[in-house]
Design a protein around this ligand. Structure first.
Ligand code: ADP
Length: 625
């Protein structure tokens, strides 16, 4: 009985203890279920058999979507979960094993997994895993890595930029007076790259006249009040060759500890070339301003971009009035076409020299100008604009006019008595021939030839004066070439006894030309052939008929002309500078007239010549038969 009572008491005790144990287990279950730490259990097949609320919340799945599914479905890296399962089934404990889990919304969660296995009777029951979310930590790490990456990239970019501009960099600590120079900075100062620079060594390199200004500016900028970027341009004498250079520095304070700058950080650039270019362009600008010629520049579209004082005096517009305006304002309406032609020549890179034309002033007055126009090119040779130098030649033109009037008048006055003289000479000649006075006949023939020479010279002067005035008239008619050539040949025979004059193949050719003027051309060529063949020889006047035109030539066996002189022969007043022919009289206008008269006939004079062998001058005219 006693035993029964004891047993009953023990049972009651067990029941009480069992109840308490159950209560604690429930509490534990509740605690585990609602723990803040995500927990899950996985069986030997890798299937999730249980997970707590925190796990669902953390990954976003419901119990139905999560429990009963393979744990590998929720891992981003399959090798990782396979390794975890392998380790656990081999009874290893995992401590802070990093993994990436897939959330329901597609996010990836970085976690650290801690796990152990529940074994019972040597049998794998299930794993017990809890995970710690370290996503914010990883994100922060990634952000930092990106920042460092960006910083490194920016630094590289800055380095490349600095190197490509030959920009030197420097740092100066005013407290301990230590100075640092980049290699490029040392290059600027010609300082050895391997050597450390000191502030004293640096100040010794500054030009004596700039030194105190530079040092003061640097010390002043250390003061708390100054916070801007400082700029300074000064001269230095390079360390290696003492060469004078202009440099430009820029710097800013860098605060590290207190309100006083602990560091000045700056750049250095060698601007000697820029300075020289500035000086050069200032000199040029001064020259342009003081020039007596109007110097104007304009864009390719004809908009005026610069205008000097002389342009103002010549055209009456001030720079303020005309810059930005079209150049057409200065061109008389009837000459607008001229501008188009000039532009086309310039666009080929040609320069237009001393081109005489007219322009219009602000008051509407027409002035004569001589223009020199050149293309303005950039560094790559591309034409970016035009510069015009205009000289007012109104006065010169008027003087020329007076001279031409004078020459025309004098020539005319001379011609009248000469015509009378020729008439009397011819009368006397007839008489002498009749009287059989040999000496008089010869003398009179000579006198007549000389008079003709004089007439033709005066003729040339008159033509020149008329031509310059633009008054030379060409009166074309049907002209039989042969009689004209015979006339010239006959006249030529009077001029010389030393030369043989021959005429070939000019019969039956009719040309459309001004007979007198073509006669003047031929007479000039023939008298040159005589003048410049001092040894005598054969002079040929000839024609070669070709389809629709005739080549007319005059050849001689004289001194010939060098290739260099051949190019300039037809310029006004050009005479060959040759000792052998210094005594030959002439004014250098004959060939100029020849080329101009032929130009009026739509033709051109050509020369072929060899020194000491002879010359041939020829031109083509259209034939009418
Ligand atoms: P000018 O004979 O009055 O000097 P031109 O204009 O007729 O002037 O000729 C220009 C120059 O060309 C001459 O000074 C001469 O040197 C050269 N010249 C012209 N014709 C000949 C020629 N047939 N042979 C050699 N030189 C010539």
């Amino acid at each position: 009985m006693e035993d029964f009572k004891v047993l009953q008491a023990k049972i009651a005790q067990y029941e009480k203890e069992n109840k308490e144990l159950k209560l604690r287990l429930d509490e534990l279950n509740d605690f585990v279920e609602n723990a803040a730490l995500p927990l899950h259990w996985v069986n030997a097949e890798g299937i999730i058999i249980w997970a707590n609320q925190a796990e669902f919340i953390s990954l976003g799945y419901t119990k139905e979507e999560y429990v009963g599914f393979p744990i590998s479905n929720f891992h981003a890296d399959q090798e990782v979960i396979q390794d975890i399962l392998y380790r656990l089934t081999n009874n290893q404990t995992l401590l802070n094993y990093p993994a990436r889990l897939l959330c329901k919304n597609g996010d990836i969660k970085h976690v650290l997994i801690n796990s152990s296995v529940l074994w019972r009777d040597d049998k794998f029951i299930h794993t017990r895993c809890f995970t710690r979310d370290i996503t914010p930590l990883i994100k922060e790490q990634e952000r930092k890595a990106q920042l460092i990456d960006d910083l490194e990239q920016n630094e590289t970019k800055l380095k490349i930029a600095i190197e490509s501009t030959s920009l030197g960099t420097w740092e100066w600590n005013p407290k301990n007076n230590s100075l640092f120079w980049s290699n490029e900075c040392k290059h600027v100062f010609g300082y050895p790259v391997a050597e450390q620079i000191t502030f004293d060594a640096f100040s010794d390199l500054i030009h004596p006249e700039d030194k105190s200004r530079v040092i003061k500016a640097m010390y002043d900028s250390v003061e708390p009040a100054s916070d801007e970027t400082h700029n300074l341009t000064y001269r230095i004498h390079r360390f290696d060759d003492q060469g004078l250079r202009w440099i430009k520095v820029q710097w800013k304070k860098s605060y590290k500890t207190d309100r006083y700058a602990s560091l000045l950080i700056g750049t250095t650039l060698d601007i000697t070339d820029v300075k020289h270019a500035e000086e050069k362009s200032a000199k040029l600008a001064a020259i342009i301003d003081s020039s007596n010629d109007a110097v104007i520049s304009k864009t390719l579209n004809g908009i005026i971009t610069s205008w000097n004082d002389s342009a103002e005096r010549t055209f009456g517009y001030t720079a303020a009035e005309i810059i930005g305006q079209p150049i057409l304002k200065l061109i008389p309406p009837d000459l607008l076409q001229e501008e188009v032609q000039i532009l086309s020549r310039l666009s080929k890179g040609e320069r237009v020299n001393h081109f005489e034309t007219r322009r219009i002033t602000k008051t509407g007055q027409l002035i004569d100008v001589s223009l020199t126009i050149s293309p303005v090119k950039d560094r790559d040779g591309k034409i970016i604009g035009l510069s015009k130098i205009a000289r007012d030649i109104t006065e010169k033109k008027q003087a020329e006019q007076r001279k031409n009037d004078f020459v025309a008048m004098v020539s005319h006055e001379l011609k009248t008595p000469l015509t009378a003289l020729t008439g009397y000479l011819q009368l006397l000649l007839i008489r002498s021939k009749k009287g059989g006075d040999e000496f008089s006949v010869k003398s009179l023939i000579r006198a007549e030839a000389q008079t003709k020479k004089m007439v033709s010279l005066i003729h040339d002067f008159l033509s020149l004066a008329r031509m310059e005035e633009g008054k030379l008239q060409i009166e074309r008619r049907e002209v039989e070439l042969h009689p004209l050539m015979v006339e010239i040949a006959e006249d030529a025979k009077f001029l010389t006894s030393q030369h043989t004059i021959k005429l070939i193949d000019c019969e039956e050719i009719i040309i459309n030309a001004d007979r007198d003027k073509i006669g003047q051309v031929l007479m000039n060529l023939v008298s040159n052939a005589i003048k410049y063949s001092p040894e005598g020889g054969l002079i040929t006047l000839g024609c070669e008929k070709q389809d629709g035109k005739v080549k007319i030539y005059v050849s001689d066996q004289g001194i010939g002309i060098s290739p260099a002189d051949q190019k300039r022969l037809f310029e006004r007043f050009y005479r060959v500078n040759n000792n052998g022919i210094k005594t030959v009289p002439g004014f250098g206008i004959g060939l100029y007239l020849v080329s101009e008269i032929l130009r009026y006939h739509g033709s051109e004079i050509v020369v072929e010549s060899e020194e000491k062998v002879g010359s041939v001058f020829y031109f083509y005219l259209r034939t009418l038969n």
